[in-house]
Design a protein around this ligand. Structure first.
Ligand SMILES: C[S@@+](CC[C@H](N)C(=O)[O-])C[C@H]1O[C@@H](n2cnc3c(N)ncnc32)[C@H](O)[C@@H]1O
Ligand SMILES: [Mg+2]
Length: 342
């Protein structure tokens, strides 16, 4: 009897229907249960997955068999030199909608002063930095034929860090030799990033701008590698955002996106654990329903002419406090793809 009830509860849970789930718990869905409502609304108000293909039907993905082995670099395509190539590349710049989500922008504005406090709200990003940089270095060096052991392994690459915040990723990218542009929707973040970067000759050349990715698409900017770490879960529409990222990528260039998976484990670890129990992040930093799974990322990248090459999990070792790359993508993950040429 008890097992049948559990089975029905599981079925209701998996059905993604909050009302059915609450009824299985013998609760009236119309009644207010503060904690349960918070949990169930986070869990069940997921983005309608069918919306993603509908919005993207406007343009079919490029046939990957058409990808040539060599392509011009961002240096030759951006901003003025080869107009015809640039037209070809920007022909697929579909996004017109704003990626800004006012609620998310307000949340990040409130903690903008704390970017360089490694014990503050951005502590997880500081702790994650060496691990994600190792992944970025190895994938970009492999893709662009560079030596990952050299002092400046990313030398010669134009990279954009979209949603750069205070610059905690932009700076090490510049130290690795890349020509870096960091953009963020919040003016205060850009000011803090600029002031911090000025302190060191190796980072003072970073171009910081308060602008969105879609605005840079309008300006026809192009980069060898487009990186957006921990941003896609905070934008208005991930598929449109991904289209903008793809439009900023030079043909045969690279794209890297990291985020939090939408699983029961991520709810337990990244929301209940990190926000409510450990209080590393302000409560409400992440909406579970806005999280995007690796499969959804792969689909929206594919629909933006980006072929996913590799997806790695990033896992926190609770004993050492260090993050490691892993096959376990159930909580944090980073995806690397390359742009098909046309
Ligand atoms: C969690 S932080 C990640 C910062 C940085 N990428 C990192 O991982 O260290 C998210 C950042 O994205 C920015 N952001 C949110 N929505 C954005 C948008 N639509 N366009 C550009 N930046 C955005 C926020 O202001 C914030 O700085
Ligand atoms: Mg986040």
């Amino acid at each position: 009897m008890a097992s049948k009830k559990s089975l029905n509860l599981c079925r209701a849970f998996l059905s993604d229907n909050r009302n059915v789930f609450l009824r299985q718990l013998s609760l009236n869905p119309n009644q207010k249960f503060p904690v349960l409502n918070q949990v169930s609304s986070q869990l069940f108000q997921t983005r309608s997955y069918s919306e993603i293909p509908k919005q993207l039907q406007q343009k079919p993905p490029v046939d990957p068999t058409l990808v040539p082995t060599t392509s011009p670099s961002a240096e030759t395509l951006d901003p003025k030199i080869n107009e015809s190539q640039k037209k070809k590349n920007t022909a697929n710049k579909v996004p017109v909608s704003s990626s800004l989500n006012a609620f998310e922008i307000a949340k990040f504005s409130a903690i903008a002063d704390t970017w360089w406090d490694s014990e503050g709200p951005f502590k997880p990003l500081h702790a994650m930095n060496p691990t994600r940089l190792a992944f970025i270095r190895s994938t970009l060096c492999r893709h662009f034929g560079k030596d990952p052991y050299s002092a400046k392994p990313l030398e010669g690459l134009k990279i954009i860090d979209v949603g750069c915040g205070g610059g905690i990723l932009s700076e090490p990218l510049a130290r690795m030799g890349a020509t870096v542009t960091g953009i963020d929707a919040i003016e205060k973040n850009i000011k803090i990033a600029g002031l911090h970067a000025e302190r060191d000759l190796a980072t003072s050349s970073i171009e910081y701008r308060c602008v969105t990715a879609e605005k840079l698409v309008e300006e026809e900017r192009l980069f060898d590698a487009v990186i957006a770490l921990e941003v896609i879960e905070h934008v208005a529409e991930p598929a449109d955002f991904c289209k903008s990222l793809a439009a900023l990528t030079v043909p045969n260039g690279a794209m890297l996106v990291s985020t939090i998976n939408r699983t029961i484990r991520s709810y337990a670890a990244a929301i209940v654990g990190a926000e409510y129990i450990l209080q590393w992040l302000p409560k409400g930093t992440h909406q579970w329903s806005s999280l995007v799974t690796p499969e959804e990322i792969a689909l929206i990248m594919h629909r933006s002419s980006i072929s996913v090459q590799e997806v790695a999990g990033m896992v926190l070792n609770p004993l050492t406090g260090k993050w490691v790359l892993s096959d376990d993508t159930s909580i944090n993950f980073i995806a690397y793809g390359t742009k098909n040429s046309v």
